[in-house]
Design a protein around this ligand. Structure first.
Ligand code: TXA
Ligand code: MG
Length: 327
């Protein structure tokens, strides 16, 4: 594992990108920051690199990966974009929106990326990730940089603690700004299905397109880790919507909410003392990891409002609290 720290928008970025591209050309993996979470990235056209991603993550091979592109033009080389998906890409890219579209017949993306499905999930991230992909000239397959089913990584140190001993070049661009994975949407028959909630909300998609948007049923045909009941799971058990803590628990609160019970201050974290959902999302995985490291049996989480980004936060918390047998 090698770590290269960089500051966005400084001249050093060109050297960092050149080194990253060399690594990708050799079929090696990079951990890269995106606005959402860190991704474990490899050349999406290189089957060996993709197989390595699945192996390092311990990810079941039926769970497809997102192909990350640097432009709509690049996206259209690999996916069949209907007019609405194209409008969504124009409006929300670069940014935290993944669109599931049909694979193009002549797509050079390796079939392992889409796990044999005839659709492909595509997203254009912003910032350094986008510059890197543009210079590389090909899409990067990049799942979140955590072991399968575990808490996502929002800083380089999370990545290194997940993948100790693995041959990965970590590009450390500091903490991710959004902190929660991208919204995943699929357009079909003049409606939009939300496959994963994220910082771009159902309401934003409905308002922008004027189309009905519905949440996918969890156990629908597409098997996706983000759709499995148990996911984003720390080692401790997670109890959500708590107003009272169990004995010797760690506690995660939000805003001014107090959880009653016998808990010492050093075992309590607050997602956002000001009650700001944006701040809460960006702190979620970091604080879950901190509390998990305390080694308590249980993490008790206070209620988080079910509005705006709170919907995605509650989605991740619900999965973190689900029975673990499926992962
Ligand atoms: O924010 C993000 O999306 C991050 C950053 C690194 O871009 N990536 C991410 O990847 O969260 P991952 O692999 O952890 O989650 C991707 C989700 C999975 O639930 C996967 O099953 C789903 O996307 N997915 C991928 N291809 C799909 C497809 N063709 N149809 C439906 N779901 C798909
Ligand atoms: Mg993930």
């Amino acid at each position: 594992m090698q770590i290269l720290k960089f500051f966005p928008d400084t001249p050093q970025i060109d050297n960092i990108i050149a080194k990253g591209v060399r690594h990708l050309n050799e079929g090696e993996l990079l951990a890269i920051p995106t606005e959402t979470v860190y991704g474990l990235a490899g050349d999406a056209t290189n089957g060996t690199a993709i197989a390595r991603i699945f192996a390092v993550k311990l990810r079941p091979k039926f769970n497809p990966l997102i192909a990350h592109v640097s432009s709509i033009e690049m996206a259209c080389e690999y996916g069949e974009f209907d007019e609405i998906s194209l409008e969504l890409a124009r409006h929300f890219w670069p940014g935290p929106l993944t669109l599931v579209v049909d694979c193009r017949q002549d797509s050079k993306i390796h079939e392992l990326v889409s796990a044999g499905l005839d659709t492909i999930a595509i997203r254009c991230p912003g910032g350094m990730a986008r510059q890197l992909i543009k210079t590389f000239g090909k899409p990067l397959a990049a799942p979140s940089a955590n072991r399968s089913g575990k808490v996502s990584a929002t800083s380089a140190s999370h990545v290194t603690s997940e993948f100790e001993g693995e041959n990965i070049l970590v590009l450390d661009g500091g903490p991710c700004s959004v902190g929660i994975e991208s919204t995943i949407a699929k357009v079909s028959d003049s409606k939009i299905t939300l496959l994963r909630s994220g910082s771009i909300t159902l309401k934003q998609l409905a308002d922008f397109t004027g189309l009905p948007v519905e949440m996918a049923a969890h156990e629908s045909a597409i098997q996706a880790p983000g759709m499995m009941t148990s996911h984003y799971a720390p080692r401790s058990n997670v109890l959500i919507n708590c107003t009272q803590a169990t004995d010797d628990a760690a506690v995660l609160t939000f805003g001014l909410q107090q959880i009653t019970g016998n808990v010492v201050a050093q075992n309590i974290r607050n997602l956002s003392p000001a009650g700001d959902l944006l701040e809460a999302a960006s702190n979620l995985y970091k604080l879950m990891r901190e509390l998990d490291d305390l080694g308590k049996d249980t993490i008790c989480v206070a209620p988080v409002p079910m509005e705006g980004l709170g919907i995605a936060i509650n989605d991740r918390l619900t999965r973190a609290s689900a029975p673990r047998s499926e992962v």
